[in-house]
Write a protein that binds this ligand. Sequence first.
Ligand code: SAM
Ligand code: SF4
Ligand code: SF4
Length: 381
Amino acid sequence: MPWRRATDRSMSVRVIPLVDARRPVVAPADAPAQAPTGSLLDRLGRPLTDLRISVTDRCNFRCSYCMPKEVFDKDYRYLPHADLLSFEEITRVARLFVQHGVRKIRLTGGEPLLRKNIEGLVEQLAQLRTPDGKALDLTLTTNGSLLARKSKALKAAGLQRVTVSLDGLDDAVFRAMNDVDFPVAEVLAGIEAAQAAGLGPIKVNMVVKRGTNEQEILPMARRFRGTGVVLRFIEYMDVGATNGWRMDEVLPSAEVVARIAAEFPLVPLEASAPGETAQRWAYADGAGEIGVISSVTQAFCQDCSRARLSTEGQLYLCLFASRGHDLKPLLRGDASDAQVLSAIGHIWQGRADRYSELRALREPDTGDGGPRRVEMSYIGG
Ligand code: SAM
Ligand code: SF4
Ligand code: SF4
């Protein structure tokens, strides 16, 4: 496994994603050959319904809250290609997760559209069926930079929807936030191409950083209301160990909602699915809806049914985990489907992660306590 550098602003250390040695990855010999499927619950009674698969740890943007330039520079060692799960390995493990109850798969990264022939993977995943014969909810999160070029092929391959990250409409603000001088017009063209290709309803995610792009909240709301695009505001999170997170840069979702409601009255909506991360609000005049994802100010761990698979096959049980469970030896060895199923089942059954809830119980701090956490660009959002 390669050494991967992850530094913060003040120190330089080398870390590698670790396998959690406290829990067995392969089921013990006396365990049933196959863990119960379809009704898997973790230690807090949460089912496994949602799988996020990171397909690359590379990105063409350097958003300061995710891949700050000073860390992810020309010397940064990304995963070598041989370490990435192949499309066949991803599809196999996804099929087994579906047997365990997963109904929604989101491709992410890094920037997933940078993975060569990503539509080939979409095509394979789109063939998967739930035990009762239904197609999965198959979606992808992208920075939108390649969407104008790729939308049609993604749709043809069987992708249902996309979520596009966009942190503002003002070109100068957007170029500064992606930190590679990428123009906002190209992302907007990508969103339009995705809409035209039928990859909707499209969600647009805006990470709000107080003092950086909060002035973009209302222009974004004005731009997307009435278009069918669901705009979602994400609280800036203390993920990873490199973004220099500070609580005073978090703009609470309640304030976002208040600012929008002052111009466009809003009414609360019910969650559309159990475990949904966003709280939904409808424009009172019928011009659509917005969502807010309040991971910092209103933890939603109690409904968290998401597992995350890294590009190299590490299974993470929480966005804030410091360790993963390495499935690659099983996928590359001669483990049978039943053995891989059993391993996944046991890992999930041992899960008690609830980082955001625990954070809420602590005094606000700089987010640097505890073991070094995995980077967002490594396991995806
Ligand atoms: N590159 C793709 C993109 O940007 O959409 C997919 C990967 S990115 C890691 C997934 C999501 O995580 C994006 O919507 C991004 O805005 C969000 N994200 C990254 N770092 C974050 C942070 N510190 N706080 C909140 N959201 C973050
Ligand atoms: Fe890249 Fe997405 Fe991270 Fe921005 S948020 S640096 S686009 S992976
Ligand atoms: Fe899920 Fe972890 Fe986020 Fe809580 S902190 S909602 S357990 S990913």
